[in-house]
Design a protein around this ligand. Sequence first.
Ligand code: FUB
Length: 362
Amino acid sequence: MKRNIVILASAITALCSCNDGASDKAPVADSSEVKTAPENNKYTSQPLVTHIYTADPSAHVFNGRIYIYPSHDTATGTPENDNGDHFNMMDYHILSMDSVGGKITDHGVALNIKDIPWAGRQLWAPDAAFANDTYYLYFPVKDKKDVFHIGVATSKTPEGPFTAEKEPIKGSYSIDPCVFKDDNGSFYMYFGGIWGGQLQKWNNNKYDSAGKLHQPDELAVLPRVAKLSADMKSFAEPVKEIKILDSTGHLYKEKNNDQRFFEAAWMHKYNGKYYFSYSTGDTHNIVYAIGDSPYGPFTYKGLLLAPVEGWTNHHSIIEKDGKWYLFYHDVQLSGKTHLRNVKVAPLVYNADGSIQTVHSQK
Ligand code: FUB
């Protein structure tokens, strides 16, 4: 089994490296922003594009093609701090390819922060969905009072350009939306992130600017979920907390920071089970937990993606033509925490439904 993974991984590495910089369309403002593009064989996969910095890849298959909705990292010179001010992104570019290993298209600027009426700063990790003959781009950004909310923008095509609604989604807060479509057609948004993502400031869906990070022996802050309304622009219900349990059925404490939730939620379904995966942030893991309902509870199962180069770890999972893939990022191109590059690797399930850990370096 292990040998198979290596062969698959090598195949993808080879395919992706042929693809470096093979974009159809140059980005509008900053095609010269990436200064280095070293290819290095110590990595499992190579960057999908090298002409701009990209991160937080939310991948989807629309009309048989893979679309990647990433953050667009930019060097703005904002000093680094624990609130993530250095992640000072201004727009989104959407990438697409026919298949993993195929030619990548950068579709240019899909949404700019200046075209979001309520936005202040920092366009963070987005996601996308298709319904009502419309593509929806969901994005976290700070409002003009520096509080994160989640907005939505629409387009008739998966690559945009997208037009933002005038206000954030009512009742939304914090960061990292993941919009999941269940088999019965219902859509759910998973979201939240502690530290700079401000989730610790929201209790019972109310904002408390004095809200503090939890102490080591307190229960960990929980991620959130809400079902979306049919218009895909509003929540159909109050936002709920999601319980993540350890193997003994207990909620994690803050001190269990190699397993508790930090940010970067993703939901996918495999063999009828709900797989909730997320970043543990300050311990840099992507881990997963399994449940029987889109609302959880989810029981921790293990490490999905081992820490990558760089501080943040963020991922998405798709199935295409019967194969499963993990999209993620590291900092191979820049060596800098806030200038990341997206990648893809095969995802392999064991017969019991557990997932084999992906390592970004060989
Ligand atoms: O890209 C900015 C933030 O960094 C994301 O929202 C987090 O998930 C982390 O990747």
